[in-house]
Design a protein around this ligand. Structure first.
Ligand code: SF4
Ligand code: SF4
Ligand code: FES
Length: 223
């Protein structure tokens, strides 16, 4: 692809010509959109930029992360600035690490149809259905390991016909795994100790004393 090649995309229903070597996110900005929601890390880590698109002539709805997916000619794009889902509240220290806990907080997992639609939607290529099924069996280790790279982008939940929100289930599995199976990480404990001893206090005070332009410069120079 040469750098001058342009493609036609439809963003929120409006036609735009944009360079072919841009991601959906950059193409939206090129077309004049200012992203105040639906953009975070811009590097495929935070899951904020969930996007639905169709190709012209195809009925199939496809999903992607806008900061990772390159534009293609004929893409019809809409962004999902947030995924509506209910967040369950629980006290981790009061839970029992077994299958019952998943059924108590997420009884809808018993409705899983094993259709694998969630897995096909996942931009991280996670075995989403398998981790939901592992949670249903009470296999916390497998559910935690299979969901480890989940970004909470929500695209699996949007596509699930059984109205299951897989990323909340994976998150609970990882929390239970960490607390009850592997125990606290030594690195995290060491870091908490350093914070409590004030190791970063001076640096935080220095940052708090800087003006906004200097903070922006430091931010844009970060690795
Ligand atoms: S499991 Fe779901 S929420 Fe997590 S990255 Fe995959 S699609 Fe996104
Ligand atoms: S999309 Fe929903 S019903 Fe289908 S396998 Fe995934 S969690 Fe189960
Ligand atoms: S902006 Fe963070 S994953 Fe796309």
């Amino acid at each position: 692809m040469n750098g001058d090649e342009m493609v036609t995309v439809y963003i929120m229903g409006k036609k735009h010509r944009v360079p072919a070597n841009l991601t959906i996110m950059k193409a939206m900005e090129y077309a004049g959109y200012q992203l105040r929601r639906g953009a975070g890390c811009r590097g495929g880590f935070c899951g904020a930029c969930s996007t639905i698109y169709r190709m012209r002539g195809s009925f199939r709805l496809q999903v992607a992360l806008a900061c990772q997916k390159m534009v293609e000619d004929g893409m019809i794009i809409t962004q999902l600035p947030f995924i509506p889902s209910e967040k369950k509240r629980y006290r981790l220290e009061k839970l029992k690490p077994d299958a019952g806990v998943f059924l108590e907080y997420f009884p809808e997992i018993a409705r899983c149809l094993s259709c694998n639609t969630c897995t096909k939607a996942c931009p991280q290529d996670l075995m989403v259905m398998d981790y939901v099924q592992a949670a249903l069996r009470g296999d916390i280790k497998t559910a935690a390991e299979l969901s480890f790279d989940c970004l909470s982008c929500g695209l699996c939940a949007v596509r699930c016909p059984a109205e299951i929100v897989p990323y909340h289930i994976g998150q609970l599995a990882r929390r239970l795994y960490s607390r009850y199976i592997v125990g606290p990480s030594e690195q995290v404990q060491n870091r908490v100790m350093e914070i409590e001893k004030g190791r970063y206090d001076e640096e935080i005070q220095r940052l708090k004393s800087l003006d906004i332009n200097m903070l922006r410069e430091i931010y844009s120079r970060r690795e």
